[in-house]
Ligand binder design. Structure first.
Ligand code: HEM
Length: 503
């Protein structure tokens, strides 16, 4: 009897403890009021169990799965991953409104142990507040002063396309994977802006730089989970051990530091040749002032590496999709080439002043950017203060994601959204007014800083390559694969291509 009573008390106590614990946890993790609608949330785990299982079962990519959730919760919805609240924007209207809001321009931070961070500055891409404003304003004005993305800059890009065409020609119509060569050419354009020089493709230092940047992008992709699910920061579950990541970061930092030292040695205030020269001058100007906290060597190196990260992989991936689609749709490739030949002729290469007269080429590039949506979930934003969006409350510390893929594939906007059809951007034989729902570079205060440069690069690379070559599927390849691979960007799987020289 006593034994039974003891058990009864123990059970009652256990049950009471469980109930109290459940109530405390539920209270602690209760949802704030007036959030955008969203899926069922468990205490502590948020919607991770239900969404994780559904995502796994669906076999979809995260951006596709998130697009599907709009059927239940609408275009703006919220969800918890663990205790982190996320708001997902699936319409252009909501992205434009949210990213114009001054309280939604911050980036989430990943706090890493200091000893694991090789590049100490915050740079422009992932920083917030005054720190970000300084880097962004400085970088934009320096780009402007060098004419980056302007007409005067096209010769720099054409030099790279020419070098690339020579490499393509060297295969004499045999198939090859264009990925590395495209990466050399596009990275060299950032090198020209930042270091004031290009590298030969055979230069071993250039190879090292590209290798380290590639790894940095891979690691960043793998680290994205840590932004959303805080516990991941503390579990070292990434495929690359922390010390290897640190050692790579250190090598990258040393690479840039050597170039900065070289610039310091040959510095001439009267002749500022590149981004680093202008940054060094700015560091001198702000010496001893409060701005020196933001404008310094650490941030220069961090911003430079982020310009490579944000500017190369994105452009290369878009060009890889472009060549893949041209291989797959020879009739569209033929139309682009006809337009090039009509406007430019065969005796010179297309340049940026031809662009206005080449609506079909432009529409084809836009369709490639739409259908591929290479930054499918944008870059995360963060609520620095509580604010409202479409009447909903967005609490402080919420992460805001823009589902650019969903916006570009919404059947309500894009008829037959999965079909590759450049004509959707045309009105008769003219380029139609750019649809509001076309957002490859995002929108608002943090809109892509390299948008003008990227558009110029895409036009010159695409039109000059198609002027020189016809791209064909190798005969031994049965089917082309259009499934995107999510890494740093939504990229195509590696493929081989034949570049047949045109007369
Ligand atoms: C096809 C090529 C490109 C695409 C599709 C693209 C797309 C994007 C997107 C979606 C964002 C996020 C904006 C946001 O936070 O809402 C972004 C940010 C950014 N992009 Fe690009 N980008 C491209 C090329 C470039 C190039 C060539 C550069 C520079 C050399 C560049 C530099 C940046 C930087 C620095 C940011 C961060 C801006 C900030 O946080 O203030 N991008 N880009």
């Amino acid at each position: 009897m006593a034994h039974w009573l003891f058990l009864w008390f123990t059970d009652i106590r256990t049950i009471l403890v469980c109930v109290v614990a459940f109530l405390v946890i539920s209270w602690w993790t209760r949802k704030p009021k007036n959030l955008p609608p969203g899926p069922w949330t468990w205490p502590i785990l948020g919607s991770l169990p239900n969404l994780g299982i559904s995502l796994y079962r669906s076999g979809l990519q995260p951006h596709q799965f998130m697009a599907k959730l709009t059927k239940h919760y609408g275009k703006v919805y919220s969800l918890y991953l663990g205790n982190q609240l996320l708001v997902i924007l699936n319409s252009a209207e909501s992205v434009r409104e949210a990213f114009q809001n001054q309280y939604l321009v911050h980036r989430p931070t990943i706090k890493m142990p200091e000893k694991l961070v090789a590049v100490k500055g915050e740079g422009v891409l992932m920083s917030s507040g005054a720190h970000w404003r300084e880097q962004r304003r400085f970088t934009l004005s320096t780009f402007r002063s060098f004419g980056v993305g302007k007409r005067s800059f096209q010769d720099q890009i054409s030099v790279e396309v020419k070098a690339l065409c020579e490499e393509f020609s060297s295969f004499k119509g045999e198939s090859f994977d264009p990925r590395k060569l495209l990466s050399n050419a596009v990275s060299n354009i950032i090198c020209a802006v930042v270091f004031g020089k290009r590298f030969e493709y055979s230069d071993s230092k250039f190879h090292e730089l590209l290798h380290l940047l590639d790894k940095q992008i891979e690691d960043a992709g793998a680290g994205v989970a840590a932004i959303f699910i805080p516990i991941v920061r503390y579990l070292n579950i990434r495929s690359t051990p922390a010390n290897v990541r640190y050692e790579r970061g250190q090598r990258l930092k040393n690479f840039f530091s050597t170039l900065v030292d070289d610039h310091r040695e040959h510095f001439d205030r009267a002749d500022l040749k590149d981004y680093i020269d202008v940054y060094l001058e700015e560091i001198k100007q702000v010496e001893g002032s409060e701005r020196a906290f933001n404008i310094n060597d650490h941030n220069m190196i961090a911003t430079v590496s982020q310009l490579f990260i944000a500017g190369s992989e994105t452009t290369v991936t878009t060009l890889r999709w472009a060549l893949l689609y041209m291989m797959a749709y020879p009739e569209i490739q033929d139309k682009v080439q006809q337009e090039i030949d009509n406007v430019v002729g065969r005796n010179r290469l297309p340049n940026i002043s031809d662009k206005e007269q080449m609506p079909y080429t432009e529409a084809t590039l836009m369709e490639i950017q739409r259908i591929a949506s290479i930054v499918p979930l944008g870059v995360p934003h963060y609520a620095s203060e509580e604010t409202t969006l479409f009447g909903y409350t967005i609490p402080q510390n919420t992460i805001i994601m823009s589902n650019i893929w969903a916006i570009h594939h919404d059947p309500a906007t894009w008829k037959d959204s999965e079909i590759f059809r450049p004509e959707r951007f045309l009105n008769g034989d003219k380029l139609a007014k750019q649809p509001e729902e076309y957002l490859p570079f995002s929108a608002g205060r943090r809109v892509c800083l390299g948008e003008n440069l990227a558009k110029m690069e895409l036009f010159l690379f695409f039109s000059q390559l198609l002027h020189r070559f016809t791209f064909k599927k190798p005969k031994d390849v049965q089917n082309l694969c259009f499934d995107g691979k999510i890494g740093g960007t939504n990229s195509p799987s590696d493929y081989r291509i034949e570049a047949i020289a045109r007369d």
